[in-house]
Design a protein around this ligand. Sequence first.
Ligand code: U5P
Length: 243
Amino acid sequence: MSRRRQIYEGKAKILYEGPEPGTLIQYFKDDATAFNAQKRGTINGKGVINNRISEYVFTRLAHIGIPTHFIRRLNMREQLVRQVEIVPIEVVVRNVAAGSISKRLGIPEGEPLPHTLIEYYYKDDALGDPMIAEEHIACFGWASNEEMQDISSMAIRVNDFLVGMFAAINIRLVDFKLEFGRIWDGDYSRVILADEISPDGCRLWDMVTGEKLDKDRFRRDLGGEEEAYQEVARRLGLLDNDG
Ligand code: U5P
């Protein structure tokens, strides 16, 4: 296999130079980290499943008109994506209280929120991705007001679609994280959905049993993370029949 130039290595993915200008190859690892990489481990087969789930979700989102970086899946662990300039903001959408909002504000986990919340976090590992307000984003120029309008309206549309998609397979979409990137056309740029959507960055609870089918199994040492990720893929119809 020819040697490819590595552009970036993150906690769960590696980005390589793509075959054409403006493209990258996104490689999904089995590595899992939590609590700003203080906890590290592997979830066997996670990369393969997340590659498949993210392909499926991004393809569905493209069908409802959400622009994404996804071009096509190349093999078990790799997908071809558009190269973007990543917006340094993690966008978290919450439908139900869990995780950091429960801890921060004392809202019991599992309590539905009065309405969907969007939160922003500054992407900076050294700072531990601190929560920020839109005022910080504007003040420091991390994204323009127009970009924030596009980002927030896309986040809501993605949420509306995914809540229904997961409900159809008896999964409650509690919360999830999105990332966006800029693509340039001359002097003009627009933001598109980037990164991945998988059980690594979503809270997914079985609607009947409340069982966690996401990375909280790893974060909270619940065990059964491989089976949980597989279960999500199976319900989405992405595994072979004997899987
Ligand atoms: N999340 C990430 N990456 C992060 C932080 C949070 O994907 O660096 C996701 C979690 O998986 C969860 C949501 O679905 O964002 C909210 O996380 P938390 O703020 O409750 O920890």
